[in-house]
Design a protein around this ligand. Structure first.
Ligand SMILES: [Zn+2]
Ligand SMILES: [Zn+2]
Length: 333
């Protein structure tokens, strides 16, 4: 089969490799129909994450059809179409029993990092019964691909943590796919949602999909106060401090961005503001709810996929995702 293989910093190849086989009785094999890229896929390539071994197949987002199941798989059959969750979980360890799947001692965020991932024609998924969700053959591929990571990230970190009754306005910091996914999930609450980013084309797209206003954060001061500030950038770009400037009295900061060094937390001011801060990795425990939202057309996450490529264009697709005007890039095999 063909797969996108990480070969070390600045080196990636779409090349022939061995097809995966069932190893554990809880495994399934999925023939990939399409996959998407994620910023996490680029950190090893850019030299920002040395925990991924060379020769690992990349990717943790994918949709496909099951071609083999291990002997103890109960709920899935060959031929089922599934969306793969980016968190593998066993459902029996101490953390899984608390629904903290990201910390699963037998899984967690391992696809494309510790084990071969979804950017391939076939992938082995451990604990198949728990780690994928069945979807109908009618579901649009681009909609289904957003179940792997983008939608549960926004749904679990924002919608599941906030009482929207006490919120009038919302700021999303970061004009990327995570922020856009959150906007699609928030739209039904009819709040005023402003977006702060650096890319005018992307900010326009946010406005088209329901945002009240897009602000170029390099040109604006942060005078408006928000009941909910959702930080989706991370690293050392000052966005966590920006969130602290923008949060209203009694407000909430949710920080989803991943940070690579320590950040300032102005507790000397914020103590008086009675704020709440949420942060953390997703657990992918809400896929059934998200499938229902897509099927009932409450959300249309395919709007996140702004470019599609075929199996002969995988490296072009990989490059395209680094373009600053891109949201999600899909490869259809
Ligand atoms: Zn991802
Ligand atoms: Zn577990």
């Amino acid at each position: 089969m063909k797969a996108l293989i990480f070969k070390g910093k600045d080196k990636i190849e779409w090349t022939e490799t061995m097809e995966p086989v069932i190893i554990e009785p809880t495994d399934i094999i999925v023939k990939i129909e399409g996959f998407t890229f994620s910023h996490a896929d680029y950190r090893p390539y850019l030299g920002q994450d040395d925990s991924v071994a060379p020769d690992t197949i990349m990717g943790h987002e994918g949709v496909g059809v099951i071609t083999a199941v291990g002997g103890s798989v109960i709920n899935l059959q060959v031929g089922d179409r599934v969306a793969i969750g980016c968190i593998i979980h066993c459902n029996i360890c101490q953390w899984c029993l608390r629904k903290a799947f990201a910390k699963c001692v037998n899984g967690g965020f391992i696809l494309g990092t510790k084990i071969n991932g979804t950017h391939a024609e076939f992938v082995r998924i451990p604990y198949g019964d728990n780690s994928v969700i069945k979807i109908s053959s009618a579901m649009n591929l681009a909609d289904a691909l957003m179940l792997s990571d983008v939608l549960p990230t926004g749904y679990e970190n924002v919608i599941k943590k906030v009482d929207f009754q006490n919120i009038n306005n919302i700021a999303i910091i970061g004009d990327g796919p995570i922020g856009l996914g959150i906007l699609l999930l928030i739209n039904k609450y009819n709040k005023e949602v402003d977006v702060y980013g650096h890319h005018s084309k992307k900010l326009d797209y946010f406005e088209k999909l329901g945002a009240h206003k897009g602000y170029n954060s390099t040109k604006t001061s942060f005078d408006i106060k928000y009941d909910l500030v959702i930080e989706c950038v991370g690293n050392d770009r000052g966005t966590f401090e920006q969130a602290q400037q923008m949060v209203n009295f009694n407000g909430t900061i949710i920080t989803i961005g991943v940070f690579n060094k320590s950040v300032v937390f102005n507790l000397q001011q914020l103590w008086y503001q009675n704020i709440t801060v949420h942060t953390g990795i997703l657990n992918v425990y809400t896929l059934d709810e998200l499938v229902a939202k897509i099927e009932t057309k409450e959300i249309s996450p395919m709007q996140l996929v702004t470019k599609a490529f075929n199996k002969n264009q995988v490296l072009q697709a990989y490059e395209a995702f680094m373009d600053k005007d891109m949201f999600k890039v899909m490869v259809k095999l």
